[in-house]
Design a protein around this ligand. Sequence first.
Ligand SMILES: [Ca+2]
Length: 607
Amino acid sequence: MTPSQFANYRAIILGDPTCLGPPTTSDVDAAAANARTWGPVINGNIVIVGTDPVYHAGQGGDTVTRRGIDFAIDQVGKTGAYITLSCYYHDTAPNTPVPLLDGIGGGGFTVTGVGCYNDAHIVAESPALAGLSDSDISNWSCSVHEALQSWPGGLVPLAIARDFDSSFTASDGTQGPPYILAGGNIRSFPLSLTPLDDSAPIGGSHTVTAQILDGVTRAPLPNARLGFRVTDGPNLGVTGACLPLSCITGSNGEIAWTYTSNGTAGSDTIQTFYDQNGNGFADVGEPQTSAGMQWTTAPSSGPKYVAFGDSITTGQSVATCEENLAVSPWRCSGPLPGTPYPDQVAAALGYTYSDDQSFYSQFFPSPGFPSVDLDRVGIWGEKVADAERAYLAGSDQEGPWKPQFAAVEQAQELVTGELGIDDLRFSDPGIWVGRYLKDQLQPFGGSRVRDHARELLAQQAGALDQMFESIAVARANGARAVIVLVYNPLPPPGGIPGNLDKSCPDAYNIAQTLVGVINEELTTRTNTARLLLADPRPAFTGHEIGTGDPYVYGTSCSLVKAAASFIPSWVPFIGGGGFNEVKQAFDPHPNSEGSAVIADSILEVLR
Ligand SMILES: [Ca+2]
């Protein structure tokens, strides 16, 4: 199942199979195998139980199960979780990781066996254990099978194995490792923190508010000195500020504490403690509790729409591409003969954009940029290998403009694009003629073209990984991402009635093989990453090179003519005269109509 399928459920329940284990059961092992798929989906109430309430149904366990499941499903439109560890970790060694929980709240749970422990104590208020008292959950023989030693900051101990050890001091000052954790609708008592969990882009500040109550009267406790610290995560040990500055509570029993992210993404655990002895440390026995904070890499501002890719994206044609790397990140300067598809998508979605090609050439890597909604960063002839190299270097090889993948990571609302077809030497008719055409004429023609294309593609697996990782960053910003499949610009055999050029079917077959290999790869990766896929290929049918109403600039599918020109690439030969005419005749780039149908294929999947 995919994350979105898990997210359709009201709760994920991994119940107690009546004290099985150790070891774990096959059902739980199956859940552990894809813990990072379903775990991050959980955004509702969570309860994690380190015992076997089903076995003890008659001793209060039935209520624990019912309350826990009611709690998990309580938030409409969210996915909660009720998970028991049953007896899987009974008598296990200290600090044993729990792979089953790796996807929850940033992961990092460890447990220890506690023998057969019977002194259970509730240390927070939550519907997850509503109506139950310490005596209801104690003396089950055994009440506790395993206790937690580490867990993400957004979860709060609900019940502890009191006095098993002094590894943890609860919000009421009692000691012992927790064996029931909860997240969501829970408030530790009498010392609590809000918000219990939050997230924000790196670099910002975050404020938590602690409140301490009188454990008996429940009235706010004044004159209490509270301490704060980040005990785990990227901002471990950070200095923050209290309000009031003294960190001593007033009549409302509250202190706010603010700290600033150091710019590293990750999950912080923020602790507050009642510093009863005033030594600035959280001593054993001083009430303490914690909250979680997720720092994300999402920038606080960036373009709404980033369009990456190769020359299909740039809007140029062979005829108008005046190669000038000094001034143009699109690799071509000069007027655009057609409207690039990203501009058409932007217009349809109401994004503002600039037609001024000089604008991107002045685009240095600057976090403050840009002021327009569309950042069209496709580069003529760009390979995914080029894009990866530029990204890793932090600057483009050919100019001062921002690497495409760095731009992708800033997208706030939408990313579109594709790369990779040029890695297969699609724009290199020299290899078509020198290698592919020859192979095409072999028995079982085409398979060697495909094998070679796959070989070339396999060499770029890491670059494609980077492309999809950068898209994942944009996804974390909240952007949608659409991968655009590559069309075949050449007419199929018989596509041009009366066409007598015998090389056209070979040219078509070679192109079809190359396009097929990259599209297969892009489709697999797009589906794995759960992105959207736009397929403009059907719209190009009947509008290929040489047809009456072409959506591309080329006019001839004659590979023989292209061969005759010994074309090194689609970029025009400077001062090339007749060579340029042949290249123009074979030009595969989309004209305005071609760009329009690509734009339509994107808009269709966004609806
Ligand atoms: Ca202290």
